[in-house]
Design a protein around this ligand. Structure first.
Ligand code: NAP
Length: 236
């Protein structure tokens, strides 16, 4: 449906449950897709079998020097970046704030918030210098709007991400760079199926349906949307 040919797309966390759908669909839509991962060993063994318009790169996006290296490698090879979808993140719940360890708090802030700060910080100058503008989409969460308890660090990090997106969008609106985030609730992933075997799967949103929303935000049709936090939690 969308044609992203000639677009250079960076998908951080592009091998994760949602990231995989994003990466595959961007490749199918003609984009040059650079997907990052951190630990996924399957990627190492599949290298060489990937389509010509796909590149998988190992990078810890919570470390500034690794982000700088990642971006400069992409610019050297492809010249610019048109679209960034940041799908790095993780969940930590089931503990009250009094049970939560300091390192667990730090993990959520680093993985869900610092990563978004660092990747935005280093992609925006590339989009600015190309003069072509750009699209940035971060993945927050419904919990970023309203916490449920026993999720304080996760909720605070995803809430912070919504404000980060708003703030950046104000700074980039004169550069034709749209910055938005989406708010999934539970996504239908293998990890969630394993963690919640008795859940009603009909209430879970499919990765492909979330990818549809991301694609819209990355398209010219969404050029008037910036600073938004778009609910993607279905009708539940
Ligand atoms: N799943 C849900 O139900 C749900 C609900 C609401 C919001 N979200 C959000 O949606 C996004 C994607 O979720 P998901 O379920 O697809 O997650 P996932 O399957 O755990 O994938 C996470 C991805 O991020 C990568 N990654 C992890 N730590 C990293 C780091 N420090 N630097 C670089 N890459 C790193 C992982 O690479 P490796 O696999 O190589 O480690 C993987 O590619 C996250 O922001 C998550 O918080 C998910």
């Amino acid at each position: 449906m969308y044609d992203f040919s000639n677009k250079v797309v960076l998908i951080t966390g592009g091998t994760g449950a949602l990231g995989k759908s994003l990466t595959q669909r961007f490749i199918s839509s003609g984009a040059t897709a650079i997907a990052t991962y951190l630990r996924d060993e399957n990627i190492e063994t599949s290298k060489g079998k990937n389509p010509i318009n796909a590149q998988f790169t190992k990078a810890d996006v919570t470390q500034e020097e690794q982000v700088v290296r990642l971006i400069s490698t992409i610019v050297e090879r492809f010249g610019h970046i048109d679209i960034l979808v940041n799908s790095v993140g993780g969940y930590l719940g089931g503990k009250s704030v009094t049970e939560l360890k300091e390192h667990e708090w730090d993990l959520m802030m680093t993985l869900n918030l610092k990563s978004a700060f660092l990747i935005s910080k280093h992609v925006i100058p590339v989009m600015k210098s190309s003069g072509l503008g750009g699209k940035i989409v971060h993945i927050s969460s419904k919990t970023g709007l309203k916490a449920e308890g026993h999720d304080s660090a996760y909720a605070a990090s995803k809430s912070g991400l919504i404000r980060l997106v708003e703030s950046i969008s104000q700074e980039t609106k004169d550069l034709s760079i749209n910055v938005n985030c989406i708010l999934p609730s539970v996504i239908d992933t293998e990890a969630n199926r394993r963690a919640m075997p008795n859940a009603d799967l009909s209430k879970w949103v499919k990765t492909d349906d979330i990818t549809n929303v991301v694609f819209f935000l990355c398209s010219q049709e969404a050029k008037v949307i910036t600073g938004a936090a778009i609910p993607t939690y279905g009708l539940s």
